[in-house]
Ligand binder design. Structure first.
Ligand code: SF4
Length: 352
C-alpha cells in the first residue's frame, strides 16, 4: 500500500460557481483530497446493471430499494426510466426487477419468482460472500453474531439466509445483552460497510464474553470501505475541516464522517451536494479534507472542489493510500441476454 501526497491541477473553472466567499485565514489554503474515494466495484456494477437493463429491455425497469444509497444516482436512473419500489409486490407480474447492491434474503428471491418477475441480481459479490458464510455456518449449526445496523437492507438480506441462527449485534454496547445457546459454537460475521475500528472493538468485547468465538474465514468489511477509511484517517490528521460527499443512508459515508472526527479533524460534515456546504464551516479553516462514500459519482466531488476553489482553496493535494483496480462482471442474467457483438460492460463494469 503506497502513501503519497501529490499536487493536482487547479480544479476546473475556479470560482465560477461563486457561492462561497474567499475569506482570509491564517496559513495557506489547500484541499487534501482522499484517494481512494467514491465508486467501488460493487456500486459501479449495480449502476451499470440498471443502465444495461434499461438499454436491453426498455423502460420501465423496476428496482427493489435504492440500487445504491445515493440520492443523485437514484434520481439520474429515475430520469432514464427506472422505477424504485420498496417490495416486489409493487412490481407488475412479468416485469424486470433489479435487486440492489445491498442484497436480498431468499424470501425476497422467492417472492419475486412466485410473482413471475424477471429478476436481475445486482447484489455486490462481496455481500454474496457474507451470505454464503452465513449459510455455511448455519448448516454447521453455529450461532451467528452478525455485527451490523438494525434495519439496514444488507443486514436484513444476510440475516434472512438463516434467521433462526442469526443474532444482530449493533455495536460494542450491545455485547453485554447478547444471549447464546452454546457459547462454544459461535461465530461473528459483519455488514460490509462498518467502521473497522468499532467492529474490532465489538469483536474484542464479544470474545471476552465468548472465548471460543470463531472468526469469519476472511474480512467481511469490504476492501472499498477499508480503503476509504484508511485514506480519510491520513487526511483527517492534517485537516481543519473534512467534507464527506455521500447520502444520509449511506453507511460507509456516515462512517467516514465519524472516522474523520476520531482521527483529528476539528469538524466533519456529510453533504449530498456542494450547495449544502455552509460558509461558516470555512471560518478560519486553512486545510479542507474531501472524500466521498463508495456510492458517490466523482462529478459530485468535482462540484465540491469547484466551490472550494471559488473560496480560495485552489491548491488540491491528493492523499493516496491505496490503488484500486477491482472490477466485477455484470449479473449473470444480463450477461445471458447480451448477445451478438462482445460488450465490454458484460465483462466488467466501469471503474472510476
Ligand atoms: S461498499 Fe463494498 S460491499 Fe458495498 S457494494 Fe461496494 S464493494 Fe460491495
Amino acid at each position: 500500500m503506497s502513501d503519497t501526497t501529490i499536487s493536482l491541477p487547479i480544479p476546473r473553472m475556479p470560482g465560477v460557481r461563486g457561492r462561497l466567499q474567499d475569506n482570509p485565514v491564517l496559513g495557506h489554503k489547500r484541499v487534501l483530497l482522499a484517494a481512494p474515494r467514491g465508486y467501488c466495484a460493487g456500486v459501479d456494477r449495480a449502476v451499470v446493471a440498471v443502465e444495461k437493463a434499461l438499454e436491453l429491455y426498455g423502460a420501465p425497469v423496476y428496482v427493489r430499494k435504492q440500487i445504491v444509497h445515493n440520492v443523485h444516482v437514484v434520481s439520474e436512473l429515475e430520469r432514464q426510466g427506472a422505477i424504485f419500489v420498496d417490495e416486489v409486490d409493487e412490481v407488475p407480474p412479468g416485469a424486470h426487477v433489479v435487486f440492489s447492491a445491498h442484497g436480498v434474503s431468499p424470501a425476497v428471491v422467492n417472492a419475486a419468482a412466485d410473482r413471475g418477475l424477471l429478476a436481475i441480481d445486482a447484489t455486490c459479490p462481496l455481500v454474496t460472500k457474507v451470505h454464503r458464510e452465513a449459510v455455511r455456518f448455519a448448516r454447521d449449526d453455529f450461532e451467528i453474531l452478525l455485527i451490523g445496523h438494525a434495519g439496514h437492507e444488507e443486514v436484513e438480506g444476510t440475516a434472512g439466509e438463516a434467521p433462526e441462527h442469526v443474532t444482530l449485534v449493533n455495536g460494542p454496547d450491545d455485547v453485554d445483552s447478547i444471549v447464546v445457546k452454546d457459547p462454544e459454537k459461535v461465530v461473528w460475521l459483519s455488514q460490509t460497510t462498518l467502521s473497522v475500528d468499532e467492529t474490532m472493538e465489538t469483536v474484542r468485547r464479544l470474545r471476552e464474553r465468548f472465548p471460543h468465538l470463531q472468526d469469519p474465514p476472511s474480512d467481511d468489511i469490504c476492501y472499498a470501505t477499508q480503503n476509504r477509511q484508511v485514506a480519510i484517517k491520513k487526511v483527517a490528521e492534517q485537516a481543519d475541516l473534512v467534507i464527506v460527499v455521500g447520502s444520509a443512508n449511506s453507511s460507509n459515508s456516515v462512517r467516514l464522517v465519524e472516522v474523520a472526527l476520531e482521527y483529528g479533524a476539528s469538524a466533519a460534515y456529510r453533504v449530498d451536494y456542494a450547495s449544502e456546504i455552509k460558509q461558516e464551516w470555512l471560518d478560519g479553516v486553512a486545510s479542507v479534507g474531501v472524500t466521498s462514500g463508495a456510492s458517490v459519482p466523482e462529478v459530485l466531488v468535482q462540484e465540491v472542489l469547484d466551490d472550494l476553489a471559488g473560496a480560495g482553496y485552489r491548491d488540491v493535494q491528493q492523499v493516496k493510500t491505496a490503488e484500486e483496480d477491482l472490477m466485477f462482471s455484470l449479473p449473470k442474467e444480463l450477461r445471458k441476454d447480451i448477445t451478438g457483438k462482445q460488450d465490454a460492460r458484460a465483462l466488467g463494469g466501469r471503474v472510476h
